[in-house]
Design a protein around this ligand. Sequence first.
Ligand SMILES: NC(=O)C1=CN([C@@H]2O[C@H](COP(=O)(O)OP(=O)(O)OC[C@H]3O[C@@H](n4cnc5c(N)ncnc54)[C@H](OP(=O)(O)O)[C@@H]3O)[C@@H](O)[C@H]2O)C=CC1
Ligand SMILES: O=C(CO)COP(=O)(O)O
Length: 308
Amino acid sequence: MQETTIAILGAGAWGASLANLAAANGHAVRVWSRRGPSTLEAVLEDAQIVVSAISMKGVRDVASQVQSLPLLKETIFVTATKGLDPQTTSTPSQIWQTAFPNHPVVVLSGPNLSEEIQQSLPAATVVASSVAIAAELTQLVFSSHRFRVYTNPDPVGVELGGTLKNVIAIAAGVCDGLQLGTNAKAALVTRGLTEIIRIGNFWGAKTETFYGLSGLGDLLATCNSPLSRNYQVGYQMAGGKTLTAILFNLPGTAEGVNTCQVLMRLAKQQNITMPITEQVYRLLQGEVTPRQALDELMLRDIKPEYNY
Ligand SMILES: NC(=O)C1=CN([C@@H]2O[C@H](COP(=O)(O)OP(=O)(O)OC[C@H]3O[C@@H](n4cnc5c(N)ncnc54)[C@H](OP(=O)(O)O)[C@@H]3O)[C@@H](O)[C@H]2O)C=CC1
Ligand SMILES: O=C(CO)COP(=O)(O)O
């Protein structure tokens, strides 16, 4: 394909990996970070695609900075953040779409541990948008022999799969840290997916999206890898460390910590049952120990697997 001019916002682990993938395909890539040498205006100049790989806490602020700067009429926004806005419960793509109602917004999400991608190990991801042609262009830009990109028409489902699994990954870290075994882990991940689907459907996401790469795929990757920062939070809490100490030493962002707070608020407001998320929340708040959280989950009232 023709060379595309791409601005990457955020020079953390994921922004740097996406920049490398696009540059390796011969595109003109410029990276912006608030601590970097280039201005946001210079990085955005003539960009056909703007990729946001900013942590959730910075998305609203950066989107409003971008609003005041000149853009091409056809610029596509691609969001790769996996989080929820604490004030509004908006997803990152909703924030970008509200800020730029006349531009297409694409969600990029999948089982993509950045350290593996930086080592050029093979991976697959999903790009989703209500504007099919924008997703297809993004697919072309990032696809390569080591990065297989699928399109999907359910952006909110793709985005929520990547976001909600971070909370279950914290629980999976606890499960491994307590050495609860393979059966327990399988039960946790499977019931975690049920919980993700339950709240995801409330948001309007399609169930089948959660069985794909951006849902089950990312859940499996994150719940089974010590490379995941969210998994590390749970694993280290099971080992007796405090959340403050863990976050102080963690390389990068563990979005699941804030996502869990937002989810608990929403689940309570809407009366949605989320037992695993609730125990992760209580653990992060210091209300229960990892062992107590486990007992609470195991001793819930017995029930059918599904409400048919
Ligand atoms: N790492 C991974 O494997 C993957 C991460 N993601 C998601 O991508 C997002 C970023 O993750 P990752 O790159 O790992 O995180 P990092 O912590 O490595 O990087 C975060 C980036 O966001 C920037 N940032 C944070 N707050 C602000 C702010 N207020 N204003 C401007 N910039 C800000 C940071 O800038 P500064 O350096 O100046 O603080 C940094 O560039 C997360 O939502 C994560 O869930 C998705 C897929 C894979
Ligand atoms: O989203 C990720 C992998 O797909 C990265 O997970 P962590 O943010 O937990 O490191």
